[in-house]
Write a protein of this length. Sequence first.
Length: 276
Amino acid sequence: MKERVAIPDFARQWTEHVEASTSLRMTDDQAEQNFWRDFIKRKTYAPEPSALQVLDYLRPLLRTHGVETALELGPGWASYTLTLAKLCREVACVDLSQDVLDFVLQAGAEHGYTNISAYHAKWETFTPEKRYDLVFGYNCFYRQADLMDCFRRMDHAANKLCVVGMNTGLAPAWVHELDEAGGKIRWEWKDYIYFVGVLYQMGIDPNVAILPFEKQLSYPDADALVRGECARCTPGTVDPDTAKAILCRHFTQMPDGSWHATAKYRSGVVWWTPKL
């Protein structure tokens, strides 16, 4: 007797994608720490609007489940952390980068949050001292080659709720045209459907919400527009004049000479109750 539908091996496919990456950050812990050290130096606390909207969506869910404590994986520049600290009595963060953790703790202190703590560790080998009502991770799974083990660890660490999510989206029309012009576009393969598929393989039927977002793109001049939007192209594959013609059809030039467009994307929010 078979109770589950045969589906592609999303766990294996995810692993293959991660392992196929040419970025040293995927496998070299020091390279990952160096990236964040340099990135955080240039960063100030400014949560992304989409992060605030995701947590606004989750607020009733956290209240329904009586969430008071939270463990966040890979907090980055604290787009979600401080709002979680506002909603919860206690928030702990775990990250490989001490620079990230220092940034998060400093941002929390500057905004009056004394309920944030930090664990300097890799999630793949981290065992929390206790369980948390909520285990939360958003846009932080790019190095997790074994996504099934990652979710299993989240499940074991949670008392009431696990939430994972990812901003994703289909490429805008101009990206397709650049690719057709020979650009060999590097577009992110990651999508929330991997989360759903891996959880299904684990015997967990998650809840899913797709939240629509928009992002305003702005460049000071046409040269900056071409450089910025052709960054996804393989170097030397698209003639700059061809790229400019494509992009100027989709971007609008303003009176000050700048170029603007709206890119639509979505965020996949996936949550489940732990298998205690």
